[in-house]
Design a protein around this ligand. Sequence first.
Ligand code: MSP
Length: 648
Amino acid sequence: MSKGRYYITTPIYYPSSKLHIGHTYTTVAADAMARFKRATGYDVKFLTGTDEHGQKIERVAKEYGMSPKEYLDKIVGEIKELWKTMEISYDIFIRTTDDYHERRVQQIFQKLYDKGDIYKSNYEGWYCTPCESFWTETQLVDGKCPDCGREVELTKEEAYFFKLSKYQDRLLKLFEENPEFLEPVSRKNEMINNFLKPGLEDLCITRTSFDWGIPVPFDKKHVIYVWLDALSNYITALGYPENEEGDYSKFWPANVHLVGKEIVRFHTIIWPAMLMALDIPLPKKVFGHGWILLEGGKMSKSKGNVVDPVVLVERYGVDALKYFLLREYSFGQDGVFTNEVLLNRINSDLANDLGNLVSRTITMIEKYNGGIVPKPKVDGEFDEDFKQVATSAWAKVEEKMNNLDFSNALEEIWKVVRRTNKYIDETTPWILAKNEKNKDKLDTVLYNLAEAIRIISILIQPFMDNTARKIWIQLGIDEGPSTSWEASKEFGKLETGIKVHKQPPLFPRIDVKKELEELEKLNKKNAKKEEKKQKKESEKEEKGEITIDDFAKVDLKVAEVIEAEKHPKADRLLVLKLKVGDETRQVVSGIAQHYKPEDLVGTKVVLVANLKPVKLRGIESQGMILAATAGDKLTLVTADIESGSTVS
Ligand code: MSP
C-alpha cells in the first residue's frame, strides 16, 4: 500500500561536460531522498534534466563549429553518463529541447498572455550573458553582475514582460504564512528584505538578440527568456498544460524543489508568481542548499584538489562519495572541500566504523560458529540498551530526512554503528569463546551483532545501495521482507542457521599521505593537459576562427609548373610559370632553398588563385602556392589531377 506520492526535483543543469562534485551535490541529495521515500512506501517521481536554451549555448556551440543541437546531444550524453556513474535513480530526465517541453512552454506563454499577465513593451537594462539574467541599475554591484561579478551589457529592445509586480503582495503573504515554503529560514529573510520589500519590477521574459530559444507562439522573432522556459520544466515534465489528467494530477504540487542557494530567487519569487498567474498550486517547499567551496573560493576554479566526480568514484567508489557529500556538509550551509577531508572521512566512518564492524562480525561467526548464524539464547547485561538503540534509529532517521537534514540522518545511523562496535568491546566474544560454558552467551552476542548489521544495512540503503547489498551477501540473506524498511524497526528478523560469506573489506583503508601524493601527481598531469589545451585554444584565437563562408572566399586551384627559374634579385625566391586550366600565371615563391627550379617542372601544385597580385623584389606574383613546413623542412602541397581543378 502506497503511503502517498512524492515529487522531488533537482534544478535542470546547464549543459557542461565539466560537472564537478559541487554540481553532483544536488543530485546526490535528491537521489538519497528519492530512495528513502521509495523505501518508506511512497510512490516517487524524481526529476532532473538539462537547461539547454540561451545565448551562451548558441555561442559555445558555434565555437565548437557545431549546431546547438549537435553540441547539446554530445554534452547531454555525457551528463547522463555521469548520473549513471553516480547511480542517480531519477525517474524523468527532461531536456528543454524536448518537443513536448517546447510545445508546452508555448502553451503556458499563451495562457499568461491571454490572461493579461504578459504584455509587450521596451526593455532597457543590464544583461549578464553567463547568468542569462537581467539586472536593474540598482541591483548591480560595482557596475557588475551581482550573482557572478562579471561584466554586464546595456541592452534596449522590444520585449514581452511578465507582470511580476502584480504578485508582490501575494508573494509576501506566501512567505509570511508558510514558514516551511522556503528553507533554511535565513534564505527567506534574504528574499523578503533584498527583493520583495524593495519592490518587484515586471520581468522581461523574451529576447530578440539571439535565436536559440523557444519562439513566442504568436510573435516568432522573440524567443522566450530562459528562466521562464527552464522553470516550467517542473510541470511540463508531468504533462501540463496539455495533459492535466495523468502524472500532473498525481504529482503536482511538488513536495520539494532542491536548488543551490544562488537560484533560490528564481524559485521562490519568479516561479511562484508564474504559478499564481496560471492559477495552479505552488510547490510545497523549496530548499536552498549551500555551496561546496574550495579553500580559495569557487569549485570551478579548482587547482590543488581533485574535484572530478568520475575520478573520485573510480578511486573510492560511488557509495563513499555519496556518503561523504551528505555526511560532511550541513545541507543548508556552505562547506569547504579538500581531498584530505574526504579521505579522512572515508577512513574513519566507512573503513573503521562500518567496514570493521562488518568484517569483525563475519570473521567471528566463521571462527566461533563455523560460519553459521547461531540462535540467540540468553539476554546479557548490555543487550537491552544495545537493542533499543538499534531498533529506534529508523524513527530518528525518518525525522531528520523529512527535514532534509541528511548529515544528521547519517549521524543517527552511525550512532547504531558505534553502539554495535561498543557492544563487541563490552561482550568480548573472543573471551567468551575460550570457555564452552559461555557458548549460549556467545551465540547470543554473535546473533545480535549480525542482526544489528542487518538493521544498519537497511538504514544506509537510501544513501549507499551497493554497500547495503554487499552486506546482505555477507550475511547470506536476499533482498526481501528482512531487508525492507519495516524490518529495521524490529530485532530478531534475521533468520538463524544461515551461512555467512566473508568478502573483501567494504571500504579498504586508505593510506592518506600516499593517496594525497598520488592525487597531486594526477593534478599535475591534468594541469599540464589543461595548459596544452589552453595554449592550443589561444593559438586558435590568435589566428581568429573563420566560418565556412570565409573559407569559401578562397579560390584554390591545381596548377602545373611549366617553367621555373631563380629570382634575379633574391636567393630565397623562385619565379614560376604556372598553367591553370587554359590560363598562365606567374607566381613568386619562397622555396628556392628547398627545390631546384628544374625539378619543379611538371609538378602539380595548389594555387591560391584569387590572391591580390603583389610585386616581390620587382617581379609580380599573381597568387601563392601552398606548402607545408615542419621546422626547417618544407614540402609543396601537390595534387595529382588536371591543372585548373578546384580544390575545396
Ligand atoms: N540551469 C540552472 C537551473 C535551472 S532550474 C529551473 C542552473 N544550472 S547549474 O548547472 O548551474 O546548476 C545546477 C545545480 O548545481 C544548482 O543547484 C547549483 O546550485 C548546483 N551547484 C553548482 N555548483 C555548486 C557547488 N560548488 N556546490 C553546491 N552546489 C552547486 O543553475
